[in-house]
Design a protein around this ligand. Structure first.
Ligand code: C2O
Ligand code: CU
Length: 535
């Protein structure tokens, strides 16, 4: 990966006390794209707000850049991508760890309680901003699209990492172009460790393997996005090749012992139904918000876009020379759009191989599966202020667009029913209402798509799920793979399904997002703000 020594010097020179100046310089040329109020508060932040960059002491300082590059994904050809690169300017150099042989953004390894500063430098020819998916940070550190900076712009993040040990990720969040930017390569993992996890003997180091699952379509050497136009937009992009850490036919040689395999569904819209080809069940250690109370097993795991699970996998009794394959099993998913045309080589719900694990050696050590993993600190449903009347968010098609309660995204607007009081706990109900086309195309485009619903800020608990009769048969092809036992920030809501979640609003006040994490749906406006008010 090419490195620019000049920009390194520039960043070193600008770190620390020069930060305010850097922000001023970077924001001025792009004034049209930056909310002036925000720019002002960011510049003035050192004096007026504890959440804005202070220029003060942090545990680690990182320069994070987004840049165009050309990489070899298919052997012998170069593909144009946009990628994140990162460099530790101060603090532990091990905070930034490239995924070997991948153009994914490097993995950021954070410790709970650590104060971090990330200086994001946007080198792609489009506006952008970075969101730390799953992390609970102040509103101006969260990567809301109102903070997007133009090409050449910079945004300085500073926050304390206060999430539980587990697997999180970062990706762009500019309104209307999150899908294409993630698709072009902009995504990376965040791995958080804490004391609770240190006390466990979980597989570490080379026995801890992260997998980022994405699907892509190539046109010759180059990535092809939305080849079917409007059809792909309404449905969500489905690629015809599966990439793991940006590799086709990914292979991870393993020893005959236990492993931790972290899995992020980093795809724009594809849902995976993950299983082992040898029929053994999956053992799950974590969900989106970190370690479960105890490991759970499933015959398969259903993973919607942006969801994560860490698996504990025991290869101890696998034959040396044999290979275990992680596959995605078939499930029933309406293909939306028989009548609209459009093709993909790999429909949603098709069976395919994800990655293979050749068992090629023995080792002396292994880590047994702990009985108990953590104290999740769940909150009781009794504490919810709206147990009698959950806040309902209806997911449906209206006026040719995917909507939340009939609305699409407005940059800073909040409807009356999107105001939440700081310090409270609430029940939210996501209802995938299907249809909603107002007749005409009943049974057509508006019907039957799954929506992975994501809330920014604190993680939530899943209380329960119900499904209507019309959706039941399809739902039953994926529902045994839901892992609702731990903290979540994204939840898959199938057609006809209602999911009730319990969410606290007790940390940072302000304007935050909730949206569908099918990135094409999000880009078309299936996203809204909610405001956490302190009074
Ligand atoms: Cu992973 Cu609002 O996003
Ligand atoms: Cu959606």
């Amino acid at each position: 990966m090419p490195h620019n020594p000049l920009s390194r010097r520039t960043f070193l020179a600008l770190s620390g006390s020069s930060l305010a100046a850097l922000v001023v310089t970077a924001c001025t040329p792009g004034g049209g794209l930056v909310d002036p109020a925000t720019t002002t508060s960011l510049i003035a932040g050192a004096a007026t707000s504890s959440t804005a960059p202070s220029g003060g002491a942090v545990d680690v300082e990182i320069a994070l850049r987004a840049l165009p590059d050309r990489v070899e994904i298919r052997p012998g050809t170069l593909t144009d991508v946009w990628q994140y690169t990162a460099e530790v300017l101060a603090g532990d150099p091990a905070t930034v760890e490239p995924i070997i042989g991948s153009y994914l953004g490097p993995t950021l390894r954070f410790r709970r309680g650590e104060r971090v500063r990330l200086i994001f430098d946007n080198g792609i020819p489009d506006e952008s901003i970075v969101h730390w998916h799953g992390l609970d940070v102040p509103e101006d550190m969260d990567g809301h699209p109102r903070f997007a900076v133009p090409e050449g712009g910079t945004y300085v993040y500073e926050f304390t990492v206060d999430n539980r040990a587990g697997t999180y990720w970062y990706h762009p969040h500019p309104h209307g172009s999150t899908g294409p930017q993630v698709y072009a390569g902009m995504a990376g993992l965040i791995i958080i460790t804490d004391e609770e996890e240190d006390a466990l003997s979980l597989p570490r180091g080379e026995f801890d393997i992260p997998l980022v699952l994405q699907d892509r379509t190539f046109n010759g050497d180059q990535l092809s996005y939305l080849p079917n136009g409007m059809m792909d937009r309404m449905r969500g992009f489905l690629g015809d090749e599966i990439l793991v850490n940006e590799h086709i036919d990914a292979e991870f040689p393993v020893a005959a012992r236990s492993y931790r395999i972290r899995i992020l569904n980093g795809s724009n819209s594809r849902i995976y139904k993950l299983a082992w080809d040898n029929g053994s069940s999956l053992t799950i250690l974590t969900t989106d918000g970190g370690l479960l109370e105890s490991p759970v097993t499933r015959p398969y795991v259903t993973l919607g876009p942006a969801e994560r699970v860490d698996l504990w996998v025991d290869f101890t009794s696998d034959e040396i020379g044999g290979t275990r394959t992680l596959v995605s099993l078939p499930f029933s998913a309406p293909q939306m759009g028989g009548m609209m045309g459009g093709t993909t080589g790999l429909p949603l719900g098709a069976r395919f191989d994800v990655a293979s694990f050749p068992v090629d050696r023995t080792v002396d050590s292994t880590d047994p599966l702990p009985d108990r993993l953590s104290d999740p600190g769940f909150v009781g449903v009794d504490g919810a202020v709206n147990s009698d009347a959950p806040r309902v968010v209806t997911l449906a098609m209206a006026r040719g667009s995917w909507t939340l309660n009939g609305r699409t995204f407005q940059m800073t607007n909040v409807a009356e029913d999107e105001n939440v009081t700081h310090g409270t706990t609430e029940i939210w109900e996501f209802h995938n209402a299907r249809g909603g086309m107002g007749g005409g195309m009943g049974g057509g485009m508006g019907e039957g798509l799954a929506h992975p619903m994501h809330m920014h800020g604190q993680q939530f608990q899943i209380l329960d799920r119900t499904v209507d009769d019309q959706g039941r048969a399809e739902w039953e092809t994926v529902s045994a793979g839901y892992v609702d036992d731990g903290w979540k920030d994204t939840v898959l809501v199938m057609p006809g399904e209602k999911v009730r979640v319990l969410r606290r609003f007790t940390t940072f006040p302000g304007l935050f997002l909730y949206h569908c994490h099918n990135l094409e749906h999000e880009d078309m406006g299936m996203m809204r703000n909610f405001r956490i008010d302190t009074t």
